[in-house]
Write a protein that binds this ligand. Structure first.
Ligand code: PG9
Length: 612
């Protein structure tokens, strides 16, 4: 990284100039003191807050503030936590708070609470709770410099973003790391209208059955089998939740993209960056990859004061905040990407905004390019130099940049059977958050575990003679038909390692997903109003596969896989149009034959952002 290199070079020059050896003076990490207090909000509700101060600090310190539903009482001192260590060494007053209704805080928890009705005096939301807490901190915690930064991963990133809705004037900077932006279009609970069954079910139970996190008591180790036996989604309330889990009831009552989801989305709450925001995304984030990309895009449109920045790296959900980031699953990155992020991106970001240290010059976008394993900086994201280029499906499983010439009826077909769905990660699929779960790394799993299933279609290029770099947005355009009246389309863009790979022999032939997503066919015309697919009719489906920055190296192949089930992360599409899939009966789930066309008039393809 640039910063690290510059300091090494300067040190070397100093040694050469003076002819002496220079030793850095070791600085002891600041000694933090802990207190736990209840802070009263405007409506009288008290929120449990843990505060770490540096009583012997020689200078007034800014606050770093995190708000979470996951319980703060057990938090160790910030210099003992990997996610905060770098910032702790710099010296801040750290504040960790249980949000309303969770753990030791009073009040009622509401999943991603809506922004308050501002016409109602005294109304509250996460933004007012943030404001009231900041007000209290400024008045009650001695030795503060009057500035506040907020940070956190996922739900905690989302609460940080709520602080920016009507920000307290002392709030100067936010590091949002994987905030959800839209729970219907691309984050935890749905992707393009397809329901994220195992995540939605397990997370809603976990947060809403009691004030503290609780795991659903599965009666099987392999949840693939458990969810299959559950059958239709209408069995969830009948057999397990008995209408007691509010988020589940919201899933059932809002199957389409209605005002409930729109009002929950960031686009409804935030207009322009009133506070400086650093957005952080992980290329293989299994929970909220869409969120930070969208949040950056949304605020960038009106970022006249240049406060909005983007970072992405080779991480899973929150991977930048823990560990060294040298590997993810079996994939190697040759350098400690997470440590680099914390020390050279996040810590300087807060040091500038809250302490005025450094030069305040941050690249608009800094993303780690996988494949080449290098950090890259850009003036815009996605960078403008990328050229959208189509990679087409051809007969015999071939993929190439040439448009197909075949007649109308050139297609590949498969039978998708809801009774035998394609697993999304190798079985046993142990519960999402259990200790032995492989949930956190499933996006880098070797896709050979489903390759050659008859309901997974595959196309691939020849071994590449030159490397191919993609930087920016990836889309799939499928021309497809079904014998049913609804269908899901899952598209996976894959980097296939060479068959003989002496560098890492165990990686020979590895199929690494670079981009992927699912689209629920009924929402082809609109996410608000689902419509049945006409059996046998060829429709085109555009599927946003989000962004990537990747080099497919010489000797590798590019592969595309298409399938219609991804179970149980995505619920099974009955493949028979029903008005609300949450109310479908077991008998509605039917086999169907799907066709993917690859002809001159129906040229299915992937659109890649090619960079020369
Ligand atoms: N992905 C989690 C989440 C965030 C917001 C709502 C629901 C779930 C999380 O890691 O916090």
């Amino acid at each position: 990284m640039k910063l690290r290199l510059t300091s090494y070079v300067m040190l070397l020059l100093l040694i050469l100039a003076t002819g002496t050896t220079v030793f850095a003076k070791p600085t002891a990490p600041p000694a933090y003191e802990r207190m736990e207090v209840l802070i009263t909000m405007r409506d009288g509700v008290k929120l449990n807050t843990v505060i770490f101060t540096i009583p012997n600090s020689s200078e007034p310190l800014p606050f770093l503030f995190l708000r979470t539903p996951y319980g703060v009482s057990g938090y160790p001192s910030p210099n003992e936590m990997m996610s905060t260590k770098e910032m702790a060494n710099e010296g801040y007053i750290f504040v960790f708070q249980d949000i309303r209704g969770r753990y030791k805080s009073e009040g009622k928890f509401e999943m991603m609470r809506f922004t308050r009705d501002k016409s109602k005096p005294g109304a509250i939301d996460e933004s007012t709770d943030t404001y009231d807490t900041i007000e209290w901190l400024l008045k009650n915690i001695k030795g503060n410099n009057g500035k506040v930064g907020m940070f956190g991963v996922s739900y905690n990133a989302w609460t940080a973003m709520q602080g920016a809705v009507d920000p307290h004037p002392a709030l100067k900077a936010i590091s949002e790391e994987a905030t959800p932006a839209d729970m219907y279009l691309g984050d935890d609970f749905h992707h393009n209208g397809a329901f994220r069954l195992s995540y939605g079910f397990e997370y809603a139970f976990r947060e809403e059955i009691s004030k503290t996190d609780s795991a659903f008591p599965f009666t099987k180790l392999d949840t693939y089998e458990w969810y299959l036996q559950l059958g239709a989604l209408s069995n969830v309330n009948k057999k397990h939740f008995y209408n007691k889990i509010p988020s589940w009831n919201n899933f059932v009552n809002h199957p389409d993209y209605d005002d409930f989801w729109k009002k929950q989305a960031l686009a409804y709450r935030l207009d322009y960056p009133r506070v400086a925001v650093l957005h952080t995304a992980g290329w293989w984030d299994q929970e909220d990859f869409y969120g930070p990309l969208k949040a950056y895009e949304l605020l960038e449109k009106r970022d006249s004061s240049h406060r909005n920045y983007f970072v992405a790296g080779p991480w899973n959900h929150g991977g930048w905040a823990r560990g060294d980031g040298k590997t993810l699953g079996k994939i190697r990155f040759d350098q400690p990407t997470s440590e680099q992020y914390r020390a050279e991106i996040q810590a300087p970001w807060f040091a500038w905004h809250l302490k005025g240290k450094g030069d305040g010059k941050f690249p608009e976008a800094r993303t780690f390019q996988t494949g080449s394993n290098t950090w890259q900086s850009y003036n815009s994201w996605p960078p403008q130099q990328a050229k959208a280029t189509n990679l087409y499906m051809h007969p015999d499983g071939k993929l190439s940049f040439t448009k197909p010439a075949g007649g109308e009826q050139a297609f590949d077909a498969y039978v998708s059977d809801p009774a035998n769905p394609v697993p999304y990660r190798p079985r046993p699929i142990v519960p999402t958050y259990s200790a032995t779960s492989t949930w956190r790394t499933w996006l880098v799993d070797d896709q050979r575990f489903v390759h050659h299933r008859p309901d997974v279609l595959t196309w691939e290029t020849e071994a590449l003679e030159e490397e191919i770099t993609i930087t920016g947005e990836v889309f799939a355009k499928l021309f497809a038909s079904t014998t049913g009246s609804d269908a899901d389309w899952i598209v996976k863009l894959i980097d296939v390692y060479p068959d003989h790979f002496p560098e890492e022999p165990l990686m020979s032939g590895y199929q690494l997903m670079i981009s992927n997503d699912v689209f629920r066919g009924r929402y082809r015309q609109s996410f608000e109003k689902p419509t049945a697919l006409q059996p046998g009719k060829v429709n085109n489906f555009t599927i946003d596969l989000h962004a990537a920055n990747h080099v497919f190296k010489k000797g590798h192949k590019i592969m595309v896989q298409v399938q219609s089930t991804w179970f149980p992360i995505i619920d099974r599409n009955p493949q028979t149009f029903v008005p609300n899939i949450f109310e479908a009966k077991d008998s509605d789930y039917k086999k169907a034959t799907h066709k993917i066309f690859r002809s001159a008039s129906f040229p299915s393809h992937i659109q890649l952002p090619l960079v020369k």
